[in-house]
Design a protein around this ligand. Structure first.
Ligand SMILES: [Ca+2]
Length: 311
């Protein structure tokens, strides 16, 4: 039986590749997408989520919009890293399938309640929706089979500030609430995703698949052009969010340890920093399994092989 998942996402170039990988995996059943504010405002992430499903011919999968605002003050989106439309150089037609009426937070709560301890939640953006669901219905922390979070960093420090990763920095109060919730968290931090670099050779193998989703993925994996905010062009591009889906499909490619993770919510200098207690000196019990290493060649082989099955 396929493993049922809900993807909370802010597409976003790497989110889009993660969604395509999930759709390509017969081991997974995507129950729905919940759009988050993050890389872009919610009105663009929910549109992109629907457009990606249509690209893959899967517009029957529901898309629910989550919260348009973060719990934390400020509103820092990341168009500079994902292009103004959010999907880099990829342009998709406007989606035809409508956004579902039910709020994404209520969809999360009701779906988890309907199948206790069987659904895995994949969190690919700021944790606003999941934190809001946990405020509204704290018991769902114990009703997730697993909560796999792309976000945070330990030795890799930050990519948005010197100390903080984007998803954690965008909504640190939400992140702190989620890490304190008791949910069974697996964390995929920058320390791991920076090992997964889309080199021209790896992108070329995806493009060579010849299907439209492979072509789209190859575009999404390519670094965006510099924009008005002065993005520095990088020769390779870390593919963060697909690591969450790959972890579900091939955990043997990953290594990790259990530890306590606490999120800084007060300091202007280190806001959103994930403090990992590697030496168990804090007295706080482990609250996450933190993935630290990945077989990057194995990851790209899996991604390429699976994307070949899409239209
Ligand atoms: Ca994301």
């Amino acid at each position: 039986m396929p493993r049922p998942i809900i993807i909370d996402t802010d597409p976003g170039t790497d989110d889009a590749v993660a969604i395509l990988l999930a759709l390509a995996a017969p081991e997974l059943e995507v129950l729905g997408l919940v759009a988050a504010a993050g890389n872009l405002p919610l009105r663009l992430t929910e549109r992109n989520a629907r457009a990606i499903l249509e690209l893959a011919g899967r517009s029957e999968i529901p898309v629910h919009a989550g919260c348009p605002r973060f719990m934390s003050p400020g509103n820092n989106t990341a168009e500079h890293a994902h292009g103004d439309g959010g999907l880099g150089h990829l342009e998709l037609p406007p989606p035809r399938a409508a956004l579902r009426r039910e709020h994404g937070v209520d969809f999360l709560i009701e779906t988890l309640r309907g199948a206790p301890r069987s659904i895995t939640v994949c969190a690919l953006g700021p944790l606003t929706n999941i934190a809001t669901a946990l405020v509204k219905a704290p018991e769902i922390a114990g009703q997730m089979a697993e909560l796999v979070v792309m976000g945070g960093a330990s030795h890799a420090l930050g990519n948005t500030t010197p100390a903080a990763e984007f998803n954690m920095h965008a909504d640190p109060f939400a992140a702190a609430l989620v890490f304190d919730s008791g949910a069974p968290i697996t964390m995929i931090p920058l320390d791991l995703t920076h090992q997964v670099l889309s080199t021209p050779e790896r992108i070329g193998r995806v493009r060579a698949l010849g299907n439209r989703c492979g072509e789209a993925a190859s575009v999404l994996m390519s670094p965006p052009q510099p924009t008005k905010r002065g993005q520095v062009k990088r020769p390779t591009y870390a593919l963060h969010d697909p690591c969450v889906i790959a972890y579900l499909l091939a955990p043997e490619l990953f290594e990790g340890v259990e530890a306590n993770v606490a999120v800084e919510t007060q300091s202007p200098l280190t806001l959103g920093m994930t403090v990992v207690d590697w030496r168990a000196v804090s007295g706080r019990p482990p609250n996450a399994r933190i993935m630290t290493k990945i077989d990057a060649d194995g990851f790209y082989a899996l991604l390429t092989e699976r994307l070949a099955s899409l239209p």
